[in-house]
Design a protein around this ligand. Sequence first.
Ligand SMILES: [Zn+2]
Length: 116
Amino acid sequence: MGILKKLSSLFSGAGGVREANVHREYVRCARCGEAIAIRVDLANELTPTYADEGEGEGAYQARKVALGSGKTRCFQSVEVDLYFDAQRRFVSRYITGGDFITREEYEVEQESAGDV
Ligand SMILES: [Zn+2]
């Protein structure tokens, strides 16, 4: 355990978040249809999962709540559960209150919103 702790502090002590340590998801709110980007800092936002709790999907998980910009006056929260393996590589994802979309779909949404 001592060695593990030392290793992890080495990795997280680099100072500043590099883009390689960020996992992104793009979601669409089921209620108002707004596209929302989610950013997970892999160095700081992952919590260990415990296989004996029946969630054997990965070594780490992150729960994010995507909140819209407010311009749609929608207060639905979109909850995203992300699972990662011991190397902090993305394994699987679940969503409540919305749907996953692609980065392309998200970017199209941002451009069309700017025209209005
Ligand atoms: Zn909404």
